[in-house]
Design a protein around this ligand. Structure first.
Ligand code: SF4
Length: 193
């Protein structure tokens, strides 16, 4: 296995994606990191939409993330709201403008067009391999997994009769929520996808 080649390929793909994000955000005055934050908030569940969740996902510092969140707030792409149950926690929600931006600009058009060249089977295989790689890298780095809810060890399919349940919080989860990513996601090291 040529590990240098694999690392270099992933690095290059990441750089190209960042470059496309910069281009798609330029008209709205957004940098690549702002696009990543909006994308994260469009995919994460209700346990993960906090500044701490964004910081962990982006892998940036608390201060830098906070500045980016304030810029997105000022530009009207997201809004902050105090948590109903815990007044110390700030929740972040996309505004209509933020949702429109993500719907139109993420993933970037060139990236989508390139993926369209792959067959459904190849795309699925690529997705599985990348997921496997990412999960193992995150486990080795002791990072949060941010996996899909319905692949979590705590996920209880139809745990509440007709409704799914989170085994950690014991709260109900809708079908839509079961496809969102979560900072509390837990997966055993030998379960790779
Ligand atoms: S089941 Fe897991 S991923 Fe889903 S909400 Fe609970 S902790 Fe998060």
């Amino acid at each position: 296995m040529d590990k240098t080649r694999i690392a270099s390929l992933i690095e290059r793909i990441g750089n190209l994606l960042r470059s496309e994000e910069r281009a798609s955000g330029a008209e709205s005055g957004l940098q690549s990191v702002h696009v990543q934050i909006l994308s994260y908030l469009s995919q994460c569940n209700r346990y993960s939409n906090t500044p701490a969740g964004v910081t962990e996902f982006i892998g940036s510092t608390k201060g830098t993330t906070s500045q980016s969140i304030n810029i997105l707030d000022k530009k009207g792409f997201l809004k902050k709201s105090i948590d109903d149950k815990d007044g110390r926690v700030v929740r972040l929600y996309l505004t209509e403008k933020g949702e429109d931006f993500i719907r139109n600009e993420f993933p970037p058009a060139e990236f989508c067009a390139t993926l369209d060249m792959f067959s459904a089977k190849d795309s699925e295989y690529l997705s599985q391999l990348l997921t496997k790689l990412l999960v193992q890298l995150q486990l080795k780095n002791n990072s949060k997994l941010f996996g899909l809810c319905n692949t979590c060890n705590h996920f209880k399919k139809f745990g509440l009769g007709n409704t799914h349940q989170c085994g950690l919080t014991l709260e109900p989860l809708s079908e839509e929520e079961s496809f969102l990513i979560c900072r509390e996601h837990e997966q055993s090291a030998n379960k790779t996808v």
